[in-house]
Design a protein around this ligand. Structure first.
Ligand SMILES: CCCCCCCC/C=C\CCCCCCCC(=O)N[C@@H](COP(=O)(O)O)[C@H](O)/C=C/CCCCCCCCCCCCC
Length: 220
């Protein structure tokens, strides 16, 4: 007799390795960044964050909203202009589609939306680096908070900072966190981080330079 478990399609175990490696596939040969892979990387990260518990759902909601804005641009009639971050910046600036001083006619431009994800990528880079060099008694909540304070926190209002740091306290301990990543032993996690971090750093650096060149780093 078939039980209900064997009737259901087994859900594929989610591994963070594939997600982090997605950032490798963002880079084209001429060092442009593919929007689709970038957004996909964030989708995977959000999926991972959701598996950590509902306390993160206010963060998840904001991330999903930003992902959706990017997807809408990509699927729109000028979707081809959003193929890379470089082509997006050129298209939106050439056509005055970015609010540069205050949010007005274009509150959901690709440039300002992507900037929020870009700033979060810096948090991710710092957090992963801390995880890579962590020891058995390191606390994920402390690593996450320190990475946040050194990056994203400066852009957030007091209330968001409070809510975020409270949520970080609910992160599982290092061993359980590594298990949730579903990459294998601690050594395998570290090896994966060694492989993935340089790509994330590269994507971050290229985007930062692009935004700097066009004076877009403070978009409202
Ligand atoms: C091996 C480690 C894996 C780590 C996996 C991390 C998974 C993280 C997944 C998604 C990250 C969420 C991305 C959140 C984007 C936040 C963008 C932002 O700054 N939004 C604010 C400003 O937006 P506008 O108002 O200008 O449109 C917005 O106010 C933010 C609201 C929500 C709070 C954001 C807190 C961000 C904390 C990011 C760290 C996530 C920690 C997850 C814990 C693992």
């Amino acid at each position: 007799m078939a039980d209900s478990d064997s009737d259901s399609v087994p859900e594929e175990k989610f591994s963070l390795k594939e997600v982090l490696i997605t950032f490798q596939s963002c880079l084209t040969d001429n060092q442009e960044i593919l929007t689709d892979s970038y957004v996909n990387g964030w989708r995977g990260l959000v999926r991972f964050m959701n598996s950590l518990g509902s306390i993160f759902s206010f963060i998840s909601k904001d991330a999903v909203n930003k992902i959706q804005i990017m997807v809408t641009h990509q699927n729109g009639e000028n979707g081809d202009k959003y193929e890379t971050l470089q082509s997006m910046v050129k298209y939106e600036l050439d056509n005055n589609l970015v609010d540069l001083q205050r949010r007005a006619e274009h509150p959901e431009s690709g440039c300002r939306t992507l900037l929020r994800l870009h700033r979060t990528l810096r948090w991710l880079e710092l957090f992963l680096e801390k995880l890579r060099t962590s020891t058995e008694d390191s606390k994920t909540s402390v690593m996450c908070t320190d990475a946040y304070n050194d990056s994203l926190a400066q852009y957030h209002a007091w209330i968001i900072r409070k809510a975020a740091t409270m949520a970080f306290c609910a992160l599982p301990g290092r061993a359980a966190f590594f298990q949730t990543m579903n990459v294998g032993s601690t050594e395998q996690v570290v090896a994966m981080l060694v492989e993935a971090i340089p790509f994330i750093s590269k994507v971050y650096e290229i985007t930062e330079e692009l935004y700097k060149q066009h004076n877009l780093l403070e978009l409202p």
